[in-house]
Ligand binder design. Structure first.
Ligand code: 4FL
Length: 249
């Protein structure tokens, strides 16, 4: 799978891909990263990529010609590539969408804007528009890297065997249970006894319960659409009783 970034700041992408798991995946040929810089397609002396907004107002708008030329190059390299525009006006990214894009295995062509917005005629060339959340950034590079990172985890071989099973965590729509490692006593804060008990059934139950507790306390919105199992209802009732007890302390 190839990720093509249409960006005025290719160094940002190259730097981000030069570490850890993504670097290893690139070196192993499991995925590839390619940048196209719209500035290389400008024809004026100052290599201008933006201009003032038609109709007036503050700020600048990214000119269509350099971006259109960059899209043409990206499309020539990957005719089947899906053009993804990063914009606060896009659909908010979620794990389901990540899994869908990963499953399609289609190359992705990320359209990254900077400072101000794209000319609408460039946005019209995008197959999909994605936002990574309701906030404004200085550019689309970080959102594009976020999407690539989330997809890369699903490409076979990118994660170790042990880690890939962990995929279930978000798919079940529950938050992770708390994890501990040694020391057993860290500055007076102890690892829960059950995790040291060797009782696998008890540990499994505790983890499920704590995953439900974390979700109930911090992301109740996730609980509504979680893949709950037999027995989860009584764990939740226990949690609610415990929380009531704490309130009355
Ligand atoms: C893109 C923010 C996607 C959130 C500025 C330029 C953005 C963004 N998701 N802000 N692009």
């Amino acid at each position: 799978m190839e990720f093509i970034f249409i960006t005025l700041f290719p160094e940002l992408i190259e730097q981000a891909c030069g570490h850890s798991i993504i670097k290893r995946a690139v070196d192993a040929g499991l995925l590839s990263v390619y940048c196209v810089n719209p500035r290389d397609f400008t024809t004026d002396k100052h290599r201008t990529v933006d201009d003032t907004p038609c109709g007036g107002g503050v700020g600048m708008v990214l000119k269509p010609e350099p971006f259109s030329a960059a899209i043409a190059v990206a499309k020539k390299r990957s005719p089947q590539g899906l053009i993804v525009a990063l914009t606060p006006g896009g659909k908010t990214l979620c794990q389901k969408q990540v899994e869908k894009l990963a499953g399609q295995g289609q190359d992705l062509i990320f359209l990254c804007g900077h400072y101000e917005g794209f000319d609408e005629r460039i946005l019209e060339q995008a197959d999909i528009k994605i936002s990574i959340g309701d906030y404004v950034l200085t550019g689309g590079e970080l959102p594009a890297l976020v999407i690539m990172d989330a997809i890369a985890r699903f490409i076979p071989g990118v994660l170790g065997k042990a880690a890939s099973a962990e995929e279930e965590s978000f798919s079940s729509s529950l938050l992770e249970y708390p994890q501990y490692t040694r020391p057993i006593d860290f500055e007076g804060a102890k690892v829960p006894d059950v995790l040291l008990s060797g009782n696998h059934a008890a540990i499994k139950r505790w983890r499920r319960k704590e995953g439900i507790r974390a979700t109930y306390c911090f992301r109740p919105d996730l609980l509504a659409k979680a893949n709950l199992e037999e027995g989860d209802g009584s764990l939740l009732l226990e949690i609610i009783e415990e929380l009531k007890g704490k309130q009355n302390e």
